[in-house]
Design a protein around this ligand. Structure first.
Ligand code: ADP
Length: 623
């Protein structure tokens, strides 16, 4: 019927249930919320973590791959630029050689030489002397030393008519190449070449922190390098493994240890085909790792932020799911503790639909329970009122009956005083016994009604305990004798004389139990034993044990004998007087006195009733 939650407000809920909606449960290790939260974080964080680890692992690898290609491309580009430059020089020198072979002289402008960084162009005869009429005019021509000229001549011879480039050598103390070409008549065309352009090409490359380019000649001597000293000294780098690869005209990427840089390096390397110069683009591997670390760090940071986000969202989501469950449990707990006004209502308004349905069902159940309980309470109140009215009626009636019965007793007494025949006197005795029995029953009913209505009060006055026991024995002796039973009253020596309690009610209980013992014993004995156990200086427990050798109480009736109007063995009891109220009244009286009543019995052997009641005494024992 009700799909929507019961519309109570947060305040209503708190006043109904006394519960704080926000924190009905603490989050402990075993709580639903923590499990939910852990599962959500696990599920969301695992892929992020995996991604981060993968990113972290592959960053260095990727960096190396990317850099390997880049470095090689740069080296190849440099090599191409140098190659074109070398080709330009070759073609220039070739043209000059052709002019010379045609008998002409070298005719050049300064501009043309400057363009190509050629210092001069000269022609040497077979004695290595300048042939002035063929050589470039003007300018100071400074020849290299004779030994070098010899080597250059050999190079030109070996190149069989082609333009040849020497390795890096000195001219006037500075590094230069020499371009040579063999001419007819053992002449030699000689042109020193400044490595300015090569240097310029090298300088154009700088990347990372220490990434650079290096150019060596075919013998592995440094032509261009960021270190000016190496460059000025034409440092021999032929020992470095990668330089050896370039000298062997190889192209590729390699990692190597650079003693001058004191670092592991990675370099793309190649060579210039015409001259055999090596071109390499190295960078310390440490820089790559550092760059990769930056990527890794960014990845880890990203992962951490993602995980943090996952944690926050999971915590929030887990609360959305677990709070309604906690509220349901809290409400159920309150209901089971007896608070039928507790409802989930407001608490689960925003919960997922299934939980809301569960909450609504619970609310409906509690509604039903509340209504039933209200009905029951009303019925109970009615029943109680009815029972009270009945008790009051019984009390009133027994009171009303007692008056005329007492009147009848008085009349019988008066009648006994008159002159009577002996059989008439016998009738009067019989009438008195009958009226006495009636009076006892009426008194029992009156007592019981008072007990039921809660109007009977226990008195506390000092009385003579020994006198009470004497009264018992003298009252019941005739009845015992009539049945040939031994009635014994015994007590321990320390039994106090005077105790404070309710004499009338103690007597009533004792009379009932002893009366029953005699009533339900056909032969043997009835013993009344009285004990006193001190519990404090002026308080103690008084116990009466009444033991008989009578018929005993059958097991199947033991639950009933303390109930009102109940008689154990009905067939047998029918032979005896009794209302079935005696033990019921005794038990209630003992309870009112804060005492205990119990019995032990064996059918055909006998019964022992024990009554223990608290009393006060003036003094204990011998004091
Ligand atoms: P009644 O008026 O019948 O004596 P009681 O309440 O005093 O009512 O006793 C209830 C029943 O308990 C008796 O009817 C009897 O069956 C059983 N009963 C009580 N005392 C004894 C006893 N000493 N021996 C055997 N049965 C007993």
């Amino acid at each position: 019927m009700t799909d929507t939650p019961i519309p109570v407000t947060e305040e209503d809920y708190a006043s109904y249930t006394g519960s704080d909606l926000k924190t009905p449960f603490r989050t402990t290790f075993s709580s639903f919320r923590l499990w939910l939260f852990a599962a959500m974080v696990f599920v969301s964080a695992m892929p992020i973590l995996g991604l981060t680890i993968w990113l972290e692992r592959s960053a260095v690898e990727k960096e190396f791959e990317a850099v390997e290609q880049k470095h090689l491309i740069v080296a190849q580009n440099l090599s191409m630029a140098l190659s074109r430059y070398v080709m330009d020089i070759e073609s220039f020198i070739r043209s000059r050689a052709e002019e010379l072979e045609a008998g002409d002289r070298v005719r050049l402008t300064e501009a043309a030489l400057n363009d190509l960084d050629i210092v001069y162009v000269t022609v040497l005869d077979r004695y290595n002397q300048i042939i002035p009429e063929q050589s470039q005019q003007g300018g100071n021509i400074l020849l290299p030393e004779q030994g070098l000229i010899g080597e250059l001549r050999q190079l030109a011879d070996a190149s069989s008519g082609k333009v040849a480039f020497s390795g890096i050598e000195k001219l006037n103390g500075k590094p230069h190449f020499y371009v040579v070409r063999k001419l007819s008549d053992d002449r030699l065309l000689l042109a020193p070449l400044s490595p300015r352009y090569v240097d310029q090409v090298q300088k154009s490359i700088a990347f990372g922190v220490r990434g650079h380019a290096m150019i060596v000649d075919a013998r592995g001597k440094v032509v261009a390098h960021p270190n000016p000293q190496w460059q000025a000294d034409s440092k021999d780098a032929s020992k470095i493994s990668i330089v050896q690869k370039m000298m062997a005209r190889e192209t590729g990427v390699a990692e190597f240890y650079s003693p001058p840089m004191k670092a592991d390096m990675i370099a793309g390397f190649t060579f210039v085909p015409q001259t055999g110069w090596g071109v390499m683009v190295p960078q310390p591997t440490e820089e790559l790792v550092l760059h990769a670390r930056e990527v890794q760090l960014a990845g880890i940071l990203f992962g951490a932020v993602e995980i943090l986000l996952a944690i926050v969202v999971s915590w929030w989501l887990s609360s959305i799911l677990s709070n309604p469950v906690s509220q349901l449990v809290a409400t159920a707990k309150k209901v089971s503790a007896g608070n039928l006004k507790a409802r989930t209502g407001f608490a689960i308004q925003h919960a997922p639909v299934e939980l809301r349905a569960l909450g609504n069902e619970l609310d409906s159940m509690v509604d039903e329970l509340d209504q039933q309980s209200a009905k029951l309470s009303t019925a109970l109140a009615k029943a109680e009122a009815g029972s009270k009215a009945k008790s009051q009626f019984m009390a009133m009636m027994s009171h009303e009956i007692r008056t005329p019965v007492t009147g009848v007793m008085g009349l019988l007494d008066i009648l006994e005083e008159t002159r009577l025949e002996s059989d008439q006197r016998g009738y009067i005795d019989l009438s008195r016994a009958t009226v006495n029995g009636l009076l006892n029953i009426v008194n029992d009913i009156l007592d019981f009604s008072r007990l039921d209505a809660g109007t009977l009060r226990i008195q506390s006055t000092p009385f003579d305990l020994h006198a009470l026991l004497d009264e018992v024995s003298s009252l019941f002796l005739p009845a015992a004798k009539a049945k040939a039973l031994d009635l014994t009253c015994e007590h321990d020596e320390l039994l106090p004389e005077i105790v404070t309690g309710d004499l009338q009610r103690t007597r009533q209980i004792l009379f009932n139990i002893v009366g029953n013992a005699i009533k339900f014993t056909d032969s043997g004995s009835v013993t009344v034993n009285t004990r006193y156990d001190p519990t404090g200086p002026v308080t103690g427990m008084l116990t009466f044990s009444v033991t008989d050798t009578g018929i005993g109480i059958p097991k199947e009736t033991e639950d009933r004998i303390f109930e009102e109007f109940s008689q154990g063995d009905n067939s047998y009891s029918r032979q005896h007087e009794g209302s079935g109220l005696g033990l019921a009244i005794s038990r209630r009286l003992v309870m009112l006195m804060n005492g205990e009543i119990s019995y032990e019995s064996k059918q055909g052997v006998g019964t022992r009733f024990n009554v223990t009641i608290p009393v006060k005494v003036e003094q204990h024992g011998n004091d």
